[in-house]
Design a binder for this molecule. Sequence first.
Ligand SMILES: Nc1nc2c(ncn2[C@@H]2O[C@H](COP(=O)(O)OP(=O)(O)OP(=O)(O)O)[C@@H](O)[C@H]2O)c(=O)[nH]1
Ligand SMILES: [Mg+2]
Length: 294
Amino acid sequence: MMHKAGFVNIIGNPNVGKSTLMNAFIGEKLSIITSKAQTTRHRILGIVNGEDFQVILSDTPGIIKPAYELQESMMDFVKSAFDDADVLIYMVEIGEKELKDEAFFNKITNSKIPVLLLLNKIDTSNQEQLEEQSELWQSKVPNAEFFPISATEGFNVQNVFDRIIELLPESPAFYPKDQLTDKPERFFVNEAIREKILIHYKKEIPYAVEVDTEEFFEEENIIRMRSVIMVERETQKGIIIGHKGSALKRVGVEARKDLEKFFGKQVHLELYVKVNKNWRSNQNQLKRFGYNQR
Ligand SMILES: Nc1nc2c(ncn2[C@@H]2O[C@H](COP(=O)(O)OP(=O)(O)OP(=O)(O)O)[C@@H](O)[C@H]2O)c(=O)[nH]1
Ligand SMILES: [Mg+2]
């Protein structure tokens, strides 16, 4: 029996639905999803295994012009996604006009590997807009195969997946067949907490936050976790905690519910908040949090 395997890397502007698509392929909430841009900060592998295939998907941060070290490192993850791709998924959304970063855009249009151009969120458009946008994007990326999709509604998602399998090279599996991701359990704890922070706090707060899970201890009937929420300034610490700790409590309760679903087990989650001055611009801190590969 022929076995196919390879890397399928999803790139595009912030907030277009890259993580939503990856989760749809996996059938699990592996990547966090919010309505805010820059939700994803890492390159996250999601592996779909079949008897005769292994699709290794990469969810990546949305493409931006980096303004500080953290964002530089986020864009390094995007660059790395070009290096090992067997199939590139370039995702755009209804209403989007362009990819602002010209260098990345040229890489896509000059790509030697197959590119699938996905126009997402078509559930939000009418027929006329859909036709106009389809034409626009096909002419911008003529080397790509085009699919209008809705990642939330599942429209065309299976067809894209079938095409991916066709395009994959013949190869043995790269990872054990029961493996779902490359990230450790603690990573998903950090992300669940960060998602609630993205949802509940305004302006710069979510972007100044990093989460580090210091303890992850699995007992027979419960997993005990302790995580620290890091902010850049003292004032941000107060905002995260909120009046009598109410805001922090909400984050804890909601993250715990998600984590119980994710791990299929009861979870005890302890949260505390710490100031870590300017961690976003500090190479050593970034390395510690798994960002800087430079
Ligand atoms: N209407 C509609 N909304 C969608 C669709 N796909 C994703 N969304 C929404 O778009 C928002 C962003 O989705 P994400 O999956 O987080 O987008 P992303 O590209 O991973 O974003 P970053 O990680 O910030 O780059 C969320 O509110 C999703 O629910 C879709 O097909 N239709
Ligand atoms: Mg994302």
